[in-house]
Structures are given as C-alpha cells and as structure tokens.
Ligand binder design. Structure first.
Ligand code: 5GP
Ligand code: MN
Length: 341
C-alpha cells in the first residue's frame, strides 16, 4: 500500500501522543458519516494507546449514524455546551478531523483558538489552512476515515482492527464515496475495504443501517423535492430549493435531505446539481458534479464554501425568494465550462 505520509510526520505524531492524557477530537458542523465514523474510530484507536478522548461536534448528527458504537458519547455543543467546552479546554492535544479550516467548526472555533495545545489535522480537503501544528492532509483519497485507517494501522501495528473501529471506518468510506460510486477508483481503497471485512464488518447490515433506515416523511420529502427540481438542460445543470415551510410540512429531522443533491445527476446530460435549503439567516447549499467541473472552486468563489472537485457545499446570504434568480445568474456564467466538461 502506498505510503501517504512521511516517517517524520509519524515521529511528530508519536511525540505529541506520548505526552497526551486527554485528547479532544473535533469534526465539522453538520457532521456526516465520514466525520462521525472517522472521529469515533480515532477515539477508539487512542483508547488502545491509553489516551482518553472525547469527540466534540458543534451540532447534532443524523439518526442514521446513531448505530455507530460510541456515537452516544459524542459531546454535541448545541445540546450540552458545558461538556463540549470542557472537553476542548482540558485536552492536551486536539485532533481536527474531516475539515481543513477552523471556520468549519463554527461556534467551536473560538474555544479552540483560546487553547494553546497542539492541533493535529487529519483531512482530505484541498488546501488546508495554517491553523494546525501537524497535518495529515491528502486530498486525492476517498475519505478521512481511510486516512484514519492508514494512521491507525501504523500506530497499532496491525492491519486488522477491532470490529467496532472497522465498522465506523467502513461507514465513512461508504458514505463519502456515495456507496463506492465516486472517489474510490484505486486498488488500495478496496484492499482496505477487504481488511475491514476481515475485521468482521457485515457489509450488508451496515449498508441497510445507513441507507434503508429513513422515515416515511423523509421519503415523501424526497418525492416532493424531486417534483420541485428545476432542470436547465442548456446548461447541463439542475437545482432543488426547499423552504423552511417545505421542511416543516414533512416533519423534517436533521439528516433528512442528505443525498437529495445526487438525484439530479442521474438525468442524462446533467453534470451539475445544487440543493438549496432555507435556514434562519441564510440558504445552505450542497453541490455535486460529474467529471471535471470543479464545484470546490464554484463554492469558494460564489458561495462562501468549499469541498472537493465533485462534492462541495456553501451558503448564500440572500433571501429564499431571491435565491433561484441569483443562482441561475451564476450558473449561466459557467455556460462554456458546463457545456464543454
Ligand atoms: P455536503 O453537501 O454533503 O454537506 O458537503 C459536501 C462537501 O462540501 C463536504 O466535503 C463538506 O466538507 C463540504 N462543505 C459543505 N458545506 C461547506 C461549507 O459551508 N464550507 C466549506 N468550506 N465546505 C463545505
Ligand atoms: Mn469526508
């Protein structure tokens, strides 16, 4: 298996770990399967090295991730500020997982900036910021969970990890690749998946827990969202906009719109898909593309966001009533790129 990181990086990591007793593991706002899977797995890996740790997130994560062993111990700032703040303040090392700049942890950023302990980044987003003392950053890879696998086997000296760690990592590798449809076309990815199966991961069980665990309301919201989809065939783009009212009508729970943005890409010829969801003071965006149309660049330039080549996110600071028009203006500027991609 190709080595992604240098001996010096691992030596530095070991040095930090030798003097650590309690670690905080922080992942991004609106945590997804990779964020939660990689963080919980790292927590168990640290436990094997006799380091206590707490996973901290700024807001809650979807129900379809609650089966992950250890997810019930995650400190969610929006639910228990004291526990979350304390876990960060008392840590002697802070791991930052699945994000590349501290603004991605929103409310937790200030608390982290007030600490003086080392910050270690493990992440697969392009161009990490300078907020970290040690970086395990590599973007041409499936997921942060895959990076945690690679670091974990190095630290623990075994390719076959305990089942609970393997399940959490499998979850991240599965969800961040759209169930192995993208960002996973290299042999090492499947070698690692094979090793996770050797650890006892039940692929079918986990796949059903993640993908076949939705509420009736969520399915009906999906149908409604698809019926509202606007397709701009001339620009090879499609978008869906959901208002707060729409979400309320379908009894929205966090995580319910996860995956919606992928559906428009199944339409013949469509290579850009955008999902816009109205929040209290902004419009949250999820963006996906096929091929070499770079949505990371699009999100950074127009939507105060970022992500990867084919999957990104961001925000529009406008009103719900105005966002379709604003969005179409931006899409139309990309006509040439979209038509020639
Ligand atoms: P999703 O659409 O699933 O929420 O996010 C897709 C990708 O875009 C993820 O890799 C995520 O880290 C990134 N992303 C989502 N929202 C934001 C955002 O507001 N800012 C930045 N920088 N990245 C985001
Ligand atoms: Mn990820």
């Amino acid at each position: 298996m190709k080595n992604l990181f240098t001996k010096k990086q691992y030596d530095n990591l070991n040095e930090y770990l030798q003097s650590a007793k309690h670690a905080a593991i922080i992942t991004h706002t609106n945590p997804d399967g990779d964020a939660i899977g990689s963080s919980v797995a790292l927590s168990y890996i640290l436990e094997k090295l006799n380091i206590n740790s707490t996973v901290v997130v700024s807001n809650d994560f979807p129900d379809f991730l609650h089966w992950i062993d250890g997810s019930d111990k995650i400190a969610v700032y929006s639910k228990n500020k004291h526990v979350a703040r304390n876990a960060i303040k008392t840590a002697d090392v802070i791991f930052c997982l699945d994000f590349n700049s501290l603004d991605r942890i929103e409310i937790l950023e200030k608390i982290v900036r007030e600490t003086t302990v080392p910050r270690i980044l493990i992440d697969h987003h392009i161009a990490p910021s300078n907020d970290f003392d040690l970086k395990f950053s590599y973007y041409p890879i499936s997921s942060t969970s895959e990076l945690v696998y690679r670091i974990g086997i190095r630290l623990l000296g075994t390719k076959i990890l305990p089942k609970n760690i393997a399940e959490a990592l499998f979850c991240g590798m599965l969800t961040d690749t759209g169930a192995f449809t993208h960002s996973s076309s290299y042999p090492d990815f499947f070698k690692i998946i094979a090793n996770l199966l050797d650890s006892g991961v039940d692929k079918n069980k986990i796949t059903r827990l993640i993908y076949d665990n939705f509420s009736e309301c969520r399915m009906k919201l999906l149908g409604f969202a698809l019926s509202k989809m606007v397709v701009l065939h001339d620009y090879r783009a499609a978008y869906i906009i959901l208002s707060k009212e729409d979400l309320k009508n379908f009894n929205f729970r966090i995580g319910d719109t996860e995956g919606f943005v992928n559906y428009p890409l199944s339409i013949k010829g469509i290579i850009l898909s955008l999902l816009l969801v109205e929040k209290d003071d902004h419009i949250k965006m999820s963006i996906r593309s096929q091929g070499n149309f770079d949505v990371n660049e699009l999100a950074r330039k127009h939507f105060h966001g970022g992500g990867h080549l084919n999957a990104a996110g961001g925000k529009m600071p406008c009103k719900y009533e105005d966002c379709a028009e604003e969005l179409e203006k931006i899409i139309k500027n990309y006509e040439e790129k979209l038509c020639n991609s």
